[in-house]
Design a protein around this ligand. Structure first.
Ligand code: JCQ
Length: 262
């Protein structure tokens, strides 16, 4: 998968992406991540990306012409100077050579909430373009001319879209075959069943007086499976009952086949 990120803080994406699992996928060629400095697509000597809002008021607004130049450039895989030519953006500025524009995501609190299902949908795309806004907001025409999707990672406000873009990159790329170094599907046990995940344990068998549920060391694989399902259901009921009500989870009743508790 190819992902292009448009941001005024390109350095921000260097650290995490050269270290973790994502860095490995990047190095292995499974993920082609390209980070672009939005300022490369400006047309003035001061490389201005924002301006005062029409109608007045506090704060600054990101200029739409810079965004259209940048988007057109990455959509068509052109160098910045090919699009940052100093003219304003005509209707045809959103044309893409050779077909439809790639999914172009604008990170914003007003977007469609990111879920595992949405991430799965995005993981099926050959290309994504992620647009990270800053300042008080982006000129509304960017929503119309550039974005195919507006994505929210939650009901809170960040300084800019960079953190949200990193969240989208992690959620999506781990669903792309080859990125986890695992040929099998990495789909979560948790969210594919619609339940929160059951508790995990490893050695040592006792830590500061805290032991391990005996069923896990019983050798009875059926009993282990039933216990895990019960735990997942109980946790979900207690912490995220909304997940049981939205129809994706397994029935909240008897998980089947287990002997009476106790
Ligand atoms: C994303 N949840 C919160 C903040 C304006 C494009 O306009 C804006 C973008 C941001 C950055 O994104 C978020 C966010 N999901 O704050 C304000």
């Amino acid at each position: 998968m190819r992902i292009d990120v448009l941001t005024i803080f390109p350095d921000w994406f260097q650290g995490p992406l050269t270290t973790s699992l994502l860095g490995k996928a990047h190095a292995a060629g499974t993920l082609d991540l390209r980070v672009h400095d939005l300022r490369s697509f400006t047309t003035d000597r001061h490389r201005t990306v924002d301006d005062a809002p029409y109608g007045g008021g506090a704060g600054m607004v990101m200029r739409p012409d810079v965004w259209v130049n940048a988007a057109e450039s990455v959509w068509n895989d052109l160098p910045p100077e090919a699009t940052a030519g100093g003219t304003d953006a005509p209707a045809g500025a959103t044309h893409v050579a050779g077909g439809a524009r790639p999914r172009t995501l604008l990170l914003t609190p007003r977007g469609r909430p990111l879920t595992q299902a949405y991430a799965r949908d995005l993981a099926g795309e050959p290309r994504l373009v992620l647009c990270c806004g800053r300042y008080e907001g982006i000129d509304e025409r960017v929503h119309d001319l550039v974005a195919t999707d507006e994505v929210s990672i939650g009901d809170y406000v960040l300084f800019g879209g960079e953190v949200a873009a990193a969240v989208v990159i992690e959620a999506v790329t781990r669903l792309v075959p080859g990125v986890m170094g695992n040929a099998a599907s990495p789909e979560d046990e948790s969210f594919s069943s619609g339940l929160l995940e059951y508790p995990h344990y490893t050695r040592p068998p006792v830590l500061r007086g805290h032991g391990v549920p005996p069923v896990l060391t019983s050798g009875d694989h059926g009993a282990v499976e039933r216990w895990r399902h019960e735990q997942a259901l109980a946790l979900t009921r207690e912490r995220r009952p909304d997940l049981l009500e939205d129809g994706r989870a397994e029935p909240a009743g008897d998980p089947g086949g287990r002997p009476p508790a106790g």
